[in-house]
Ligand binder design. Structure first.
Ligand code: HXC
Length: 258
């Protein structure tokens, strides 16, 4: 499939999805979101980690496309928000690890895209924020909810109410970004993390991701039940047998994801 505003590249088990409209700082218009959704849907079982990043030197994604949004009336705005929510929920529902490589501006919808990934690594020149209130609107692709879950209500309110851009170091300090890398090392870092992950059992990672995500909104008792069930269910899988056998035989495991 050929895309106009994104690129999807496969390097073995690692896929990299690049939002690639650098002239508009990779702003998300309708077409870009549709292509993003189609690309995520197209990922096969051979993809074990997805890295999301931005094309060009300046931006990860500078937000939803303001020129396109400025012409919307309420019904179209509802549809546009629904499209973004659907696309990011699809990303979040993947059973594989997803990494945001934030290489520059991640504002508004761009910050919301990063928040829909499992975790964020940022380059030293990244700037993150939710500036929507300065445009007379609020975040509309999940930012109010995912940012709050990521950094807590007070920090999320501070960022949303001020619309302020924060640099990568500050984003790390508040727990929004895991690590800050020199710009030239960001993707290599993400790939090295991906390489570590793909050595591990895919079924185990998928189960860990599922119980972490499903448990996050539950009380501890219910959440721990999910973990116990997930742990037990992995027994009898080829991956569990192979992983433990390989350890006892002092050799690397060869996982099949079954
Ligand atoms: C459309 C955008 C854009 C955007 C940048 N561009 N951001 N076009 N939508 N979100 C375009 C500019 O118009 C310009 O086009 C080109 O990209 C380069 O941008 P400049 O502003 O000239 O660059 P610079 O001076 O370096 O400033 C960078 C910037 C600024 C600080 C990132 O562009 C900016 O503030 N952008 C908007 C950020 C924002 O408010 N995002 C939130 C959007 S609302 P030309 O043609 O002039 O070269 C949102 C809602 C999500 O995301 C939920 C929806 C439901």
């Amino acid at each position: 499939m050929t895309y106009e505003n994104i690129r999807l590249e496969h390097d073995g088990a690692v896929a990299t999805l690049t939002i690639d409209r650098p002239k508009a700082l990779n702003a998300l218009n309708n077409k870009t979101l549709q292509e993003f959704e189609a690309a995520v849907k197209s990922l096969g079982a051979d993809t074990r980690v997805l890295i999301v990043t931005g094309g060009g030197e300046k931006a990860f994604v500078a937000g939803a496309d303001i020129a396109e949004m400025s012409a919307l009336e309420e019904p179209q705005a509802r549809e546009f928000a629904a499209l973004g929510h659907r696309a990011f929920a699809l990303l979040e529902s993947l059973s594989i690890p997803t990494i945001a490589a934030v290489n520059g501006f991640a504002l508004g919808g761009g910050c919301e895209l990063a928040l829909a990934c499992d975790f964020i690594y940022a380059s030293e020149k990244a700037q993150l924020g939710l500036p929507e209130v300065g445009l007379g609107v609020i975040p509309g692709f999940g930012g109010t909810q995912r940012l709050t879950r990521a950094v807590g209500r007070a920090r999320a309110k501070e960022l949303v109410f001020t619309g302020a851009r924060i640099d990568a170091a500050k984003a790390k300090e508040i727990g929004l970004v895991l690590e800050v890398l020199p710009a030239g090392e960001l993707l290599a870092h993400c790939r090295s993390i991906a390489a570590k992950m793909i050595k591990n059992g895919p079924l185990a990672i998928a189960t860990a991701k599922r119980v972490i995500e499903q448990g996050a909104d539950k009380d501890l008792g219910e959440a721990n039940t999910l973990e116990r069930q997930g742990f037990a269910e992995l027994f009898g899988s080829d991956d569990q047998r192979e992983g433990m056998k390989a350890f006892l035989e002092k050799r690397p495991a060869v996982f099949t994801g079954k």
